[in-house]
Design a protein. Structure first.
Length: 571
């Protein structure tokens, strides 16, 4: 006879096995599952296992009888449900067979349906309309089928009843199938809600393109719990979701608003090339390719080309793809991103900062003033508020002091840039010093603590690009600073980088030499200092980063149609 152990304090009827190491918790359960076994019980882990008293066994017997009744009841319920399911299956099979004989035809006596997009139905209530789209949601309720239709301009609740809901196509309809619906557009009854405040009562419809069911059904391939790598592989299907599509709609509105704002400031849009033979930000981050036997690169920035436009076109901007070959897997880095860049002539550094601030704020104001885009922002980022002006301005030197005062350190590195480890094998953390490149983590932490948009300006020359104008002051010994700035946003970090540009030809030539850059391919850029130089500056804004801030997205990968990052160029 086997021996079963029960510990009323630490045992478990769910995971226990009746052993001393894994005892059951209740005597009733032990008796129910092992009626012929020898039972030993203890009150707590500190006690010893002993045989139960007669009164305890009597009480346990009642509990075991109750468990047996529950088991029988569960079996009866399962049997009844199985019969009901079988009956429902047989009923459905019969309905499907009967549905194959139903032929749906359009009633010619009805008014001709007006073809319309879902987003433009507001003025057509009470009329017969024709809409086409994808089945976004599908629900069967008795003999009525509810469809939420999606066509990219909006969502439409549609109701199929009677004969139109009894066809074979209706009974086998699947999510993401494309359909054409004809019917009367009616305002929803008082107390009910639907997208747009109306619904379509369908009198005729047809399937244009069916989507699979079963294992290949849309919800089986993609759902909220899908692994990020699967979501990346199925980005083309992710885009059909309400969040992803809302982000891309807001992105389109954002670019349009940026253009309107920039044009209102007398900037002209130009389209620079993506294939270049000069570097802007550093050779280590260039994608190199063979261009008819010559070396060429995917552009890192269109800035140099924008500068050449100033003498003839005045202030200019572009919205162009930029490419950075950085092996960065952070949530704010992409290998290909949309770069909004601008260049302005006859300005000061203060003018540049004021201009960037104005473009940001006026663009946001335009978006919030439009009911459609304001609704998208509300959907994606319910707590969003427009940034207050003026933005906080903090010099690089003051930022170093601030980080140290707040105990925000960075990883120590040796002369070769390798991280120094402490005795426990963890990165050694040290205070910041002037000359350090403020790391992304420290920069973001500072921004999040301050909680407001902030211009960080005046970086050391050795940290910035060769073309940036030097400040007329510095510490005179170790570091020379630049008229450069980063605009930092809470939750995202840097979204804009800008600077004044060198205006003196000799100074630029010296910068080429210091960086080891052959000036020959840059002759056209150098000529801007030769033929009528002027004080000028510009900036680049990462559209995906700005959108991540605006829409409160965790990663910039959500803010690109088909994001590219190291090892990811699919689909």
């Amino acid at each position: 006879m086997s021996t079963i152990h029960v510990d009323e304090s630490i045992g478990s009827d769910e995971t226990g096995k009746g052993t001393p190491e894994q005892p059951y918790q209740s005597l009733a359960f032990a008796l129910y599952t092992h009626a012929e076994a020898k039972l030993l019980v203890r009150k707590d882990a500190a006690g010893t296992y002993e045989e139960p008293t007669q009164s305890a066994l009597k009480k346990a017997k009642k509990g075991a009888d109750g468990l047996e009744k529950k088991r029988k009841k569960a079996e009866e319920l399962a049997e009844r449900e199985a019969k009901e399911k079988e009956g429902e299956r047989e009923r459905r099979e019969k309905l499907i067979e009967e549905s194959k004989r139903i032929v749906l035809t359009e009633d010619e006596s009805l008014a001709k349906a007006k073809k319309a997009k879902i987003g433009h139905l507001g003025s057509l209530r009470g009329q017969r309309v024709s809409v086409s789209g994808w089945v976004h949601r599908l629900r069967n309720q008795k003999d009525i089928i509810f469809i939420v239709l999606r066509d990219g301009t909006g969502y439409l609740q549609s109701v199929l009843s009677g004969k139109v809901a009894q066809t074979y196509a209706a009974l086998t309809l699947t999510l993401e199938s494309t359909v054409q619906l004809h019917g009367t557009l009616q305002a929803v009854p008082e107390g009910k809600t639907a997208p747009g405040g109306h619904e379509l009562v369908v009198d005729y419809w047809k399937v244009l393109g069916g989507a699979p069911g079963g294992d290949e059904a849309f919800t089986n391939r993609l759902n909220e719990k899908s692994d990020p790598s699967i979501l990346a592989d199925l980005r083309h299907l992710v885009l059909r979701g309400e969040i992803a599509s809302a982000v891309l709609k807001l992105r389109a509105a954002l670019l349009s608003s940026f253009r309107d704002t920039l044009v209102s400031h007398d900037l002209l849009e130009v389209t620079p090339p993506c294939l270049v033979q000069t570097q802007v930000e550093g050779g280590a981050t260039l994608f190199k390719l063979d261009y008819y036997g010559q070396p060429a690169y995917l552009t890192q920035s269109s800035q140099l080309y924008l500068e050449t436009c100033l003498p003839s076109l005045g202030d200019v901007f572009c919205v162009q793809e930029s490419f950075r070959a950085e092996n960065s897997h952070t949530r704010r880095h992409l290998s290909e991103y949309t770069h909004l860049e601008a260049e302005l002539a006859f300005i000061t550094f203060d003018d540049l900062l004021t201009h960037i601030e104005a473009i940001i704020c006026e663009t946001v104001d335009r978006l919030l003033a439009n009911p459609t885009t304001a609704a998208l922002i509300k959907q994606l980022n319910p707590n969003f508020t427009a940034p207050a002006r003026p933005f906080l301005r903090m010099s690089y030197v003051d930022a170093i002091k601030w980080l140290n005062e707040h105990g925000i350190q960075h990883e120590a590195e040796d002369a070769d840039g390798n991280v120094i480890l402490d005795e426990q094998g963890k990165p050694k953390m040290v205070d910041h010093a002037v000359g350090d490149d403020i790391a992304e983590a420290a920069e973001r932490r500072m921004t999040d603590i301050l909680g407001v948009p902030m211009f960080l300006y005046g970086f050391p020359a050795e940290l910035k690009s060769f073309y940036m104008k030097r400040m007329p002051y510095g510490d005179g010994d170790v570091h020379l600073f630049t008229e450069s700035c980063d605009l930092l946003m809470p939750g995202v970090g840097e979204i804009v980088g800008g600077s004044m540009r060198m205006t003196d030809q000799d100074e630029l030539s010296a910068a080429y030499k210091k960086e080891g850059i052959d000036p020959t391919p840059y002759y056209w850029f150098t000529d801007q200092r030769k033929y009528g130089t002027c004080e000028h500056g510009g900036y680049g804004l990462g559209v995906e980063r700005f959108l991540a801030w605006l829409a409160n997205r965790y990663t910039v990968r959500e803010c690109s149609l088909y994001p590219r990052w190291p090892s990811r160029a699919t689909p």
